[in-house]
Ligand binder design. Sequence first.
Ligand SMILES: [Mn+2]
Length: 338
Amino acid sequence: MGIKELVAVIDRGRKLYIQMHRPPDPDCIASASVLADMLSEEGLKPRIVYTGLIRKPETMELIEDLGIKLIRLDIETNKDLVTPKDQIIVVDCQKENSNVSHLQGEYIACIDHHPELAEKTYRYEDIRPEFGACASLIYSYAVEYGYEISPLQAALLIYGIRVDTADLARRKYMRDIDLFCELYKIANHDLLSNIGKNSIRPEDISTTIMAYENLTIKNNIAYSFAGEDKAKESLAELADKLISLEDVAFVVVYSRCFNGYNFSVRSQLSTMHAGKIVKYAFAKMKGDGGGHMSMAGGLVPKVAFMDLVGGKAIMERVINMFDDAFENVKMDDGVNSV
Ligand SMILES: [Mn+2]
């Protein structure tokens, strides 16, 4: 596995795109951008594409500051950009993910750190869930390839790792921690200390207040309704905050959107695999969701709550949904869980 092996499956006569998930997060952007730079060394001209709206001001600022060129496909002028003749590499996601827009081109390669979703269909595939961030995996490519990471690229990769691993807060991120230390020696520290200064949106404050007001804790599990139409990133950040509450080992945060309820879920226990629990609970409600052992999310359609009036009744149904899943989802011993 490495740049040379990846390049070997690329047809130089056809256009090449690197696709990110929707909306792209810092880990995805860092991974795609550094991968594109390395492929350029090989004389290739990959273009980075995505769909969805990047809402976080700090992410937008970083893209601008570093001059990263990204092409948004779900706007009128670009909607037919990728054609069936073109080649696509997906990073930080897999083409079967619900947050990956299906493009016309041929999916030739995948580099990801999420659990493998489907049978191998790429010409080149490197899926390693043992990495907390795709940025760490991409950095290991640079090391193997002998590619010199610039101070700005290092800062960008560090940012990706920090966001995806909640600041390396868990033991299982040992591999990421080692690579992080290497990157830290190279990184532009002015850029690093600037990232995050612009990270709180006014919307986040009202979301946080609402979430704490609507917090219910039952059997070490925190449930919270964060209000209407919250960005997925805000829900995820909130779930990360609530999991640090004393005596809380599992967190369920949700927000109402136009077609249902978005959920963000966190677990600290290998005996409560967030991804498996969400998958089971949401399938029963005709929704869709899943994820890792410690982080998961998904959507439950409106109809699942249509017969109820008021936030209390909805919260009760959410709690019942999860109680049922806790009882019925079979867990392995957790040793090999991701
Ligand atoms: Mn990632």
